[in-house]
Every structure is written in C-alpha cells, then in structure tokens.
Design a protein around this ligand. Sequence first.
Ligand SMILES: [Zn+2]
Length: 301
Amino acid sequence: MKTNNKKLAVALTLMAAFTFNASAEDTPKENSAFVVHKLSDNLYAIGEPTYYQANYSYLIVGNDKALMLDAGANQKEDISKIVKSITQKPVSVLPSHLHFDHIGGLHNFDSIYLLDTEFTRQFKQKDGLYHVPESVYLGNFDKFVLEPFKVSRLVKPNDVIDLGGVELKLLGTPGHTQDEVALYDEKNNVLLSGDHLYPSSLFVGNMKDYVDSVSATLKVINKDTAIYGAHAGTDPKQVPKMTYEEIVLIRDKMQAAQDKSAKPEAVPSSDLVKNANLYNVDDQVTILSDIEFKDGRKYGY
Ligand SMILES: [Zn+2]
C-alpha cells in the first residue's frame, strides 16, 4: 500500500494506458492493465502502471515450477493468464501480505501459499478455508471483497521455497503489517521486498517492528543485491528497484522517527491518507506513521 499525491501524473498515465508501449524489454498487451518486464531469465515484474498505487507483482520461474509474489490489484483482468503466457510450469502465488492491492487476483490461482504465523493461522475456519476480515485486507478502498480461500502450503519465516534451480528464502518482515514477507534469492542475489521496502511512501503499521525488520534485511542483503519492491516510485512505468544505500537511509530515518530525534512533517492530502506523520528519506521515499485513512480508520497494530 502506498499513497500517490500526483493526481495529474495518474491522469496522464491513465491516458497513456491506451497507447502501445513497445520497448525491447517489455511485452505489454494493448489496453491491458498489466505490463510485463523481463528482469532476468527467471524473473519477471508484472506492473500495473495505470493503477493509482502502481503495484508490481513478481514471477519467479524455476526448472520445475514458478511462484508469483503477489496477485496484483486488478480485479477485472486475470493476471494468471499473463503468467501462463510467460511460463507453462505450475504456478503458485504467495501474497507479500494480505492487503487488497496485493490480492486482487488471488482467486485466479489454483495454488496459494501463505505465511505461517499465529496472525495468519487465526483466519482458518472449520471449512478449512481462510476467512480474512475486511479490517485486515482493507478492501473497502477499492470496493474489493476477498472470498475465503484455500491454502496449499504454509511457509514459515526462513523456510526455503525450492522452484528447481531457484531457491527463495522467505523472510518475515513485519512492520508494514504483521504478515509482511520478503523473498531472498541468495544465488542470484535478488530481494523481492513487497511492501516491506519500495521507493515511495512507506506505510508504517508498527515502527519498532519495521526498524527491526529493515535492520534484519540489511544483514541478509549486500551492496550488490537487486532489490525490487511492490510499488513504483515517481514513475509508475518503472520497475521499483532500490539500492542497499537507500535501505540504509530508510532504516536510519525510521530509527530517528522511533527515538523522536527526527521531527515529522505535515502530510499532504492523498488518495488514501487524511493524517499521518511524514518523514522524508530521499526524493522518492517517505515514511508515513500514525496514519489515519480518509475513511477515518486508524492504521497500525
Ligand atoms: Zn500493504
């Protein structure tokens, strides 16, 4: 989840949605909400540049099977069809966390993985399905209702998802939400960071958890790690890539916010947020804490 203050930019990108973008790396379908970027032989970003939160989901393809990190926000188009156009291997989807903008297409996948913690386990009911309340997935913002779903595999923090030739370690990264996760591919030195880290306004659900998680992430990654987040920065058409140095700046600013040595600024009005404490990190990244949404709900845990 992120907020976007640039209404004009959004309007312009909505208009741009109807033009065909034919760069060498991308394989867009005309009029589709989704744009595919091939990042390497086994990694694809599937962006939604015209969506107000500019979400990016990631497809990782191994020798045996494939995994989607996030299912996109779009509820009208079937994101799994885009996936099938890239790989014929069996695909599972793992939400980076259970916010509406990451699970819009969850129902299009036969196999759903989920983080295994006390927080997520509470949603399993007698019918064996996971019933997540709206207060967790916040679907009202997009008039989205999450149907109960079946989980094929529960994944614990530090478990490895083996796709055949590609191994992804699941990192529990609470702070944005309790169930936030990231995936680390050590061999290829890639971190898929979901809403834990992306180059835009970061929504803090719990500052202490967030600082601890970013500190832990910095011990896992290194200066050469390719870090890809779930929301674009100022250009919604650009895959949200970050640097190690940027993560250090985020950790330092969060630390300063936590110990009150940094003073928050007033937050400008945006799609989602009425009030928040805002801390600037660089020209793209801000940190929002103590958030009150436009609908009056407080955000945090
Ligand atoms: Zn979120």
